[in-house]
Ligand binder design. Structure first.
Ligand code: C5P
Length: 227
């Protein structure tokens, strides 16, 4: 039974996944990278050969596929029908196509349901995405909204892709981030937006550890459940 829920929302490449994983470790909690769920659903549809504008087929694929998500010290382990897809869901093509699933209302409903069921198995959870504090867990104990300026986000994404041997120009990365932000902010359901009670953390110029320390301090201050 889940007792402590911390949500971290924010735009693409704002450092949410890394921070959520490290914050969860500090709080003895599990983390959930909900972007991995949208990516997994997207990859499943792509592997199926589905036309990504065919909403009916996308929903069928989601319903027919067995998705497994597991928090590990290295990030979210993802299996699609028993096959490890952890690396493949990070492919830039999957990243770009995730928009088609993220804008589809019944798909979001299914994934939000998946997120709540995942959380139910744990006492403490740090969950990150775009709509965690606003839609999936509006009753969360503490809500964060992570931001960073575009240059910094593009730098972080470039480093992440380089480490994986993926070559993209700085301009391609900036355009991809801007396009995703625009789509995430403007969709009708589960858009990226600030929850009224969210704490805004601008991570520009801060190290990951500095951000995590800030969040831990805030949780200690705001929360009756002690880390
Ligand atoms: O966070 P990440 O970049 O892995 O998310 C991939 C895509 O999934 C995002 O661009 C966004 O469109 C979608 N997403 C979403 N709602 C969430 C998490 C991710 O719409 N809670």
């Amino acid at each position: 039974m889940v007792r402590l829920v911390i949500t971290i929302d924010g735009p693409a490449a704002s450092g949410k996944s890394t921070v959520a994983r490290l914050l969860a470790a500090k709080l003895n909690a599990t983390f959930l990278d909900t972007g991995a769920m949208y990516r997994a659903a997207t990859l499943a549809a792509m592997l199926d050969g589905a036309d990504l504008t065919n909403q009916q087929r996308i929903l069928e694929v989601i319903d027919e596929t067995v998705f497994e998500f597991k928090a590990t010290p290295n990030g979210m382990l993802v299996r699609i029908d028993g096959v490890d897809a952890t690396a493949q869901i990070r492919d830039p093509k999957v990243t770009a196509n995730a928009r088609c699933i993220a804008c589809l209302v019944p798909a979001r409903e299914r994934l939000v349901d998946m997120q709540r069921r995942f959380a139910q198995a744990y006492e403490r959870i740090v969950t990150e995405g775009r709509d965690q504090g606003t839609v999936a867990f509006p009753e969360a104990n503490v809500k964060f909204y992570l931001t960073a300026d575009l240059n910094e986000r593009a730098r972080r994404r470039q480093a992440e892709l380089k480490a994986k041997g993926v070559i993209q120009t700085d301009d391609e990365i900036r355009q991809a981030i801007l396009k995703r932000d625009q789509s995430d902010e403007n969709r009708a359901v589960g858009p990226l937006k600030l929850a009224d009670d969210a704490v805004i953390v601008d991570t520009t110029g801060l190290s990951v550890n500095e951000v995590v320390e800030k969040l831990v301090d805030c949780v200690k201050q705001k929360c009756s459940v002690k880390p």
